[in-house]
Write a protein that binds this ligand. Structure first.
Ligand SMILES: [Zn+2]
Length: 345
């Protein structure tokens, strides 16, 4: 078993704090790392919020990982005596390629709300002035993204990467420095949410009675169904990888409550699972009975992002090709099994 460097203990505290902030990390999204000697200690792809209670970091042989990535191999090797059965995060390549000692990658709500737009480049330039930052168009978060990150970092030093339709990566020489940089970027990109909406939870509860659905845990989710602009976006496609992985592409609207209440509606005629969530215009949002903690966190994220998109925003959705690359990705299926329910190890 590899001896754990002191900096890793600090990263645990930082990661848990960042992971508990829903505006920065939702569910198993986001990851963190440090580099020490020739080891990259990187989160395993589970909930960052658990970083203090659980051993979520795995040691990766850094130069071997960089050599593998340069050869087009994304199966980054763990250190020889890693002493774990966990796999390194599917986003390990980002961490290996950044030269900084500490790297934080977050799916921060304000960054995402800008990074799903095609009309925001000037705003980024103005708001991030003075930071060493770069914009990267959307790329699949395995090897395709790694090769673009590699290319970008070879041309220029960058402490901040804005990943189109995805999130934020920052690098610094200390945990405090990295956390401060995340906060700096998020405060520069801060967007006011559209005003809160009122849901009718009693009506939703009565609609759900006897069906395969229930109320979501987070009442903020209802804004996706009630705010017409949020609903229009949420039904039109997916905005970022964890959106399509956990919620599918485009949430359906429940048109006829009468059909939904029929006993037969507990089972779909085609045998496929019901959608993980449904939007009921004017009332709120309902989640499938067995919706995972991860899916619930993504519903919250979708509410937080869509209510920060102005009505005039030009939104880029993931393409069908982007989506199918994500949902058919073996590494992503592994993460789904590992993290869908937070209580499970
Ligand atoms: Zn990510």
């Amino acid at each position: 078993m590899q001896q754990q460097p002191a900096l890793l203990h600090e990263l645990r505290r930082t990661s848990a704090r960042v992971g508990r902030n829903i505006l920065l990390v939702q569910g198993a999204g986001g990851n963190s790392s440090i580099k020490h000697d020739d080891l990259l200690w990187v989160a395993s792809g589970t909930w960052l919020a658990d970083a203090e209670e659980k051993n979520i970091f795995v040691p990766v042989a850094l130069s071997a990982a960089r050599a593998a990535l340069a050869q087009g191999d994304e199966r980054v090797p763990l250190a020889p005596d890693a002493g774990t059965t966990l796999r390194a995060s599917i986003e390990t390549s980002l961490h290996a390629l950044m030269p900084h000692t500490v790297v934080l990658h977050v799916h921060s709500v304000n960054t995402i709300a800008w990074a799903v737009r095609t009309d925001a480049r000037e705003e980024f330039t103005r708001r991030l002035e003075g930071l060493a930052w770069r914009w990267l168009d959307y790329h699949h978060p395995g090897l395709p993204l790694a090769s673009v990150v590699n290319h970008t970092l070879r041309q220029d030093k960058a402490d901040v990467l804005i990943l189109g339709n995805h999130g934020l990566v920052v690098g610094a020489e200390s945990c405090a420095g990295a956390e401060a940089l995340v906060d700096e970027v998020e405060s520069r990109l801060a967007l006011a949410p559209r005003s809160a909406t009122t849901s009718d939870e009693d009506a939703l509860r009565s609609i759900c009675a006897g069906t395969a659905y229930r109320l979501p845990k987070d009442p903020q989710c209802h804004s996706i169904a009630i705010d017409p602009f949020s609903r229009a976006i949420a039904t039109s496609g997916s905005l970022y990888p964890d959106h399509v992985v956990f919620l599918g592409s485009g949430l359906p609207v429940l048109e006829r409550v009468e059909d939904f209440r029929a006993p037969a509606s507990r089972v779909r005629a085609d045998g496929l699972p019901h959608p993980v969530a449904l939007l009921i215009p004017g009332l709120g949002c309902v989640a499938r009975e067995d919706a995972s903690d991860g899916a619930e966190a993504m519903l919250s994220c979708l509410a937080l992002v869509t209510c920060r998109l102005p009505l005039t925003a030009q939104v880029r959705f993931l393409t069908r090709d982007n989506e199918s690359a994500l949902v058919n990705w073996d590494a992503e299926r592994y993460r789904q099994r590992l993290t869908a329910n937070r209580g499970a190890d």
